[in-house]
Design a binder for this molecule. Structure first.
Ligand code: 13P
Ligand code: MG
Ligand code: MG
Length: 368
C-alpha cells in the first residue's frame, strides 16, 4: 500500500582529506561527491540527496526506499568517498583518505571507517527532520543534548504538554568497551540512563525510540575510527538525525540544548575537552587549536523521499550567546595547555604517544 511505503534517511560521513590541515573540505571534493550522487539518483539507487560538510568532514545525506544498511547505498557512499579521496591525494590535501581504513567493500560501510546514522519511517503528513553534524569530537557529544531533548521537561515542554510525548522515550545505549547495547525506558529509568551516559567516553546513545509505538525519534553514528583501525587516525566527528513535531519534540526543542556549549571530548588530536560551538554552515571551520569543536544543523522537510531544504538552523542570532560562551570557555581552557582537565585523562589518551612515553621511562622509575 502506497501509504505504508517507508522512506529511509541515510547520513554517511567521512573525512577523506582536509583543506587546510583539518579545517575545511575543498570545494572540488564536494563537487565530486555531488556528481556521484546525482548519477545514482538518475539510476534510481537513491531518491534524493544533499552533500554538506562540517569542518573537514563530508556528509552524504540521502533518501531511498531500501531500508537501513542497504548494500547498494553503502557501496555508493564508499565509492563516492574513494573517488573524493583519490582527488584529495591528487591535490595533496591533508590526510587524503584519512577515514577510509577498511580494504574492500563487503556490504557494510560502518566497518570500514565512515560514520553512519540511518532511520526508516513511514512519512507523516509533515516530516521535519534535523541532521546534526559535528567536527572535532566523538558520538558521546550527543548524550547530553539527546537526554535534554527526549527526557528533560525543562528543555522539552512537549513531555508535559503533548499526551503522546508524555509516554516518554526509550534510549538505546552502546557500551563501546564491550560492544553491547542496552535499552533504557524513560522516564522510569531516568537515573539509570544518566548513570551510564554521563560517562560520555564509554556509553553512547545510539538511538531513541518513542514509547508506546516504538517509532524511531533519533539515530546517531557510533562508529569508532580508532577501534576499527587499531590506532589513532582522526576523530569520529559524529552525525545525528532527529525527527520533530507531531508526537516528537518540536524543532525548537530539538535545537534548545545547543544554546549551552557543553564540554565534549575531541578538539586538537582528539586529546582535549572543549565546548561544542553551534555555528552556521559557513562558520564550520574549526581553526583555533584545531577547534573548538563545532556543530552544524541542517533542517529538512521530507516529502515523498524528497529532501526539501536544507535550512541552516544555527544561522540565527539567538545562538550568538552560545557562540560567545564557547569562545570564552575555549579561552579559559586553553590556559591549561597540556594539563588536565583540558587535556583528556589517561583513558582518553590511550592511542596518543603518552603511554609509550611512560613505557620508555619504565627502567628509570624508582621505588617499589
Ligand atoms: P579530524 O578528525 O577532524 O581530521 O581532526 C584530527 C585532528 O587531529 C585535529 O587536531
Ligand atoms: Mg581531518
Ligand atoms: Mg573532522
Amino acid at each position: 500500500m502506497a501509504a505504508e511505503t517507508k522512506t529511509t534517511l541515510s547520513v554517511i560521513k567521512a573525512d577523506v582529506g582536509g583543506f587546510v590541515g583539518h579545517t575545511n573540505c575543498h570545494i572540488e571534493l564536494l563537487d565530486t561527491a555531488k556528481a556521484r550522487l546525482e548519477n545514482a539518483k538518475h539510476k534510481g539507487e537513491i531518491t534524493d540527496f544533499h552533500v554538506l560538510r562540517c569542518g573537514d568532514d563530508i556528509e552524504l545525506i540521502m533518501t531511498h526506499r531500501q531500508g537501513r544498511a542497504s548494500p547498494v547505498v553503502h557501496r555508493l557512499a564508499w565509492k563516492t568517498f574513494r573517488a573524493c579521496a583519490e582527488l584529495a591525494a591528487e591535490l595533496k590535501l591533508h590526510g587524503a583518505g584519512q577515514d577510509l581504513v577498511g580494504g574492500d567493500f563487503d556490504g557494510d560501510i560502518g566497518e570500514l571507517g565512515p560514520g553512519v546514522a540511518e532511520m526508516e519511517f513511514v512519512e507523516r503528513e509533515s516530516e521535519p527532520v534535523v541532521v546534526f553534524m559535528a567536527d572535532k569530537t566523538s558520538a558521546g557529544a550527543w548524550n547530553l543534548p539527546l537526554y535534554k531533548v527526549f527526557a528533560d521537561p525543562f528543555n522539552t515542554a512537549g513531555l508535559v504538554l503533548d499526551p503522546v510525548m508524555m509516554e516518554g522515550y526509550s534510549f538505546r545505549v552502546l557500551d563501546v568497551e564491550s560492544g553491547r547495547s542496552v535499552t533504557l525506558r524513560c522516564p522510569d529509568e531516568l537515573y539509570r540512563l544518566l548513570a551510564l551516559i554521563g560517562t560520555t567516553s564509554r556509553f553512547m546513545v545510539s538511538e531513541v525510540l518513542r514509547n508506546g509505538d516504538g517509532e524511531v525519534a533519533a539515530a546517531v553514528s557510533t562508529q569508532r575510527l580508532a577501534s576499527l583501525a587499531g590506532r589513532y587516525i582522526g576523530e569520529d566527528d559524529p552525525v545525528m538525525i532527529v525527527r520533530c513535531q507531531d508526537g516528537m519534540p518540536s524543532v525548537g526543542e530539538a535545537m534548545e540544548p545547543f544554546a549551552f556549549p557543553h564540554l565534549v571530548e575531541g578538539w586538537l588530536r582528539s586529546s582535549f575537552n572543549g565546548p561544542l560551538m553551534p555555528v552556521p554552515f559557513y562558520e564550520a571551520n574549526p581553526l583555533r587549536f584545531d577547534g573548538p569543536p563545532r556543530v552544524v544543523a541542517a533542517g529538512f522537510q521530507v516529502s515523498k523521499g524528497r529532501l526539501i531544504g536544507p535550512h541552516d538552523m544555527f544561522d540565527d542570532p539567538s545562538f550568538d550567546l552560545a557562540r560567545r560562551r564557547a569562545v570564552r570557555t575555549a579561552e579559559y581552557l586553553r590556559r591549561h595547555g597540556p594539563f588536565q582537565p583540558h587535556r583528556l585523562g589517561a583513558g582518553g589518551l590511550r592511542s596518543s604517544s603518552v603511554p609509550s612515553v611512560v613505557e620508555s621511562l619504565e627502567e628509570r622509575f624508582e621505588g617499589p
